[in-house]
Design a protein around this ligand. Structure first.
Ligand code: FES
Length: 268
């Protein structure tokens, strides 16, 4: 696991603020923090993880709902396999996106309904920016810190080298939005790059990780341009065929292609 749960289990009396308002039978024995943030650097992520760790005595881990690392189901599977039976799933983020707030209850219920998961009870914590005056307290603490002067910084709108895209034949949009990520799109990006490199076409492909591009139920989703063809690539075997048959061979992959962009349809 990317963020293993510490081995030490807390004693029953070890709670932090707020945990004592939870009925004893609903008290979690682990917390899964969910972060939704595409562009967090590793350092920012580590700071956020440290803040999460400081907020609870319970065994815990944090995952991102996009981009990299274990997806939601893999993290829940890990907690189940580690013997946890009451898991608090806690969104973090100021604010946590509304679309994810409304999506999470159903997807957690879906995980609970799968064979082997019946012994794990899940609870979903509130979205932090809607509780009490959390944001206001955070902001007033932040406003008390000295700001950095902009004066003396060289003016610029960009960096050298940001003028043109690299040369490429294919533009691959790999969705790493939360619902594709849950279906392991995080690995897809890496597998895709590996397979392109192995096929000797890495420098012909510009691969861009994206947020949600709509057909979440088809995830993990890859859109290929300029062809305008969209694919569902569920595993390495599918990716390999995509690279070999479509990118290298110039053919089609009808069993994985589920959409063609309108302009491309009119040209085919
Ligand atoms: S999350 Fe990938 S299409 Fe919505």
């Amino acid at each position: 696991m990317a963020n293993p749960i510490p081995d030490e289990r807390p004693g029953p009396s070890e709670t932090k603020a707020g945990e004592d308002c939870i009925r004893p039978e609903d008290r979690p024995d682990a917390v899964l923090f969910l972060c939704s943030a595409h562009n967090l650097s590793r350092r920012s992520l580590e700071r956020l993880e440290a803040a999460c760790a400081a907020a609870t005595y319970l065994p815990h881990r944090m995952i991102r709902l996009e981009e990299r690392g274990d997806g939601l189901f893999a993290a829940l599977d890990g907690l189940r396999d580690a013997g946890h039976s009451v898991v608090r799933v806690q969104p973090v983020g100021m604010p946590f996106p509304e679309s994810l707030t409304s999506w999470l209850p159903g997807v957690l219920a879906h995980w609970s309904a799968q064979p082997g998961n019946g012994d794990v009870r899940l609870f979903l914590g509130p979205e932090p920016s809607r509780t009490g005056n959390g944001i206001a307290r955070l902001l007033s603490e932040t406003l008390a810190q000295a700001p950095r002067a902009v004066e003396g910084t060289a003016p610029r709108l960009g960096k050298p080298g940001w003028d043109m895209p690299p040369d490429f034949d294919f533009h691959l949009l790999v969705c790493t939005g939360p619902r594709c990520h849950m279906r392991d799109a995080a690995s897809l990006t890496h597998i895709l790059k590996e397979e392109c490199a192995e096929a000797g076409i890495a420098d012909r492909c510009l691969t861009t990780r994206t947020g949600c591009i709509f057909p979440c139920n088809k995830g993990p989703v890859v859109a290929l341009y300029p062809m305008g063809h969209w694919f569902q690539l569920p595993d390495r075997a599918a990716v390999r065929r995509f690279v070999r048959e479509v990118l290298l061979g110039g053919g089609t992959l009808r069993d994985f292609q589920f959409h063609t962009a309108r302009l491309a349809q009119s040209h085919s």
